[in-house]
Design a protein around this ligand. Structure first.
Ligand SMILES: Nc1nc2c(c(=O)[nH]1)N[C@H]1C(S)=C(S)[C@@H](COP(=O)(O)O)O[C@H]1N2
Ligand SMILES: [Mo]
Length: 244
């Protein structure tokens, strides 16, 4: 039985997570339901979370070396080259609104790195490519008052943050490709952030806003207890179980 803290960010959204835990406790206490019935009960409670996960259970099942699709919302609307925009706003000299075509036309960087969620699952040697965040920041002209970057998603809910120094690292990408092609919708396409040295929660999916701020504005999971500095191996003390 998955045993997670109710607010475990990497399983499900907090309110749903609580209901799942309560459901499991009730099912366990009753002692009458087999695993299948429990799963059916849970899927009825949860409904669909992400297109690849009609049961809502993917985040609860132990899977080795594969991605899980995470979303604190019930996914996001689909956006493509016709309607995708990435807005760069806040403490910049030249606010920008990039189309997908604009981003594709810029110099692309490729990295091959492990992707690791703070709950322990890890996907080795994933290929990522896209535009260096630092290039986009330079182009927008970061004002001297800015010290941090806030990222928002067109799922309408998720957010993330980096210090300006972290954001300028050359292993932080505004990713257009992942694995073997364009970032798929479920992985946060057409554009997601990829913060190579940090846990997966920093790599916001369905990226639509980059705002330069005077101080760090904690992101979605950071307001719920996760470290603002999400360095792999240093945060939360929870990456000792690679099977997750
Ligand atoms: N918009 C959005 N981005 C997100 C999340 C999310 O729930 N919503 N989850 C984060 C977490 S905790 C992880 S581990 C990765 C998972 O990426 P994947 O769904 O492509 O496997 O996305 C991160 N980015
Ligand atoms: Mo995660």
């Amino acid at each position: 039985m998955p045993a997670d803290k109710p607010s475990d960010p990497d399983r499900l959204g907090a309110p749903v997570g609580r209901r799942v835990v309560v459901g499991l406790l009730v099912a366990g206490a009753a002692g009458v339901l087999g695993g299948t019935s429990i799963q059916k009960g849970l899927s009825a409670v949860l409904g669909p979370i992400g297109n690849h996960d009609p049961t809502g259970l993917v985040g609860l099942l132990p899977v080795g070396n594969t991605f899980r699709f995470y979303s604190v919302t019930r996914g996001a609307p689909k956006r493509d080259a016709s309607d995708y925009r990435l807005d760069i706003t806040g403490l910049v000299d030249k606010p920008r609104s990039h189309t997908l075509g604009d981003l594709r036309a810029k110099s692309q960087t490729t990295l091959v790195r492990d992707f690791q969620c703070v709950t322990g699952w890890r996907v080795p040697e994933v290929r990522w490519s896209g535009v260096r965040l630092s290039d986009l920041l330079d182009e927008a002209g970061v004002s001297s008052a800015a010290t941090a970057v806030r990222f928002t998603s067109f799922d309408g809910t998720y957010s993330e943050s980096l210090t300006l120094e972290q954001a300028r690292r050359d292993d932080v990408l505004v990713a257009l490709e992942m694995i073997d092609g364009p970032v798929t919708h479920d992985h946060g396409g057409p554009v997601r952030l990829y913060v190579a040295p940090m846990y997966g929660y920093k790599s916001i999916k369905w990226l639509s806003g980059i705002e330069l701020t005077g101080e760090v504005v904690p992101g979605y999971w950071e307001r719920r207890g996760y470290s603002i500095d999400g360095w792999v191996g240093e945060s939360n003390g929870r990456d000792d179980d690679p099977t997750g």
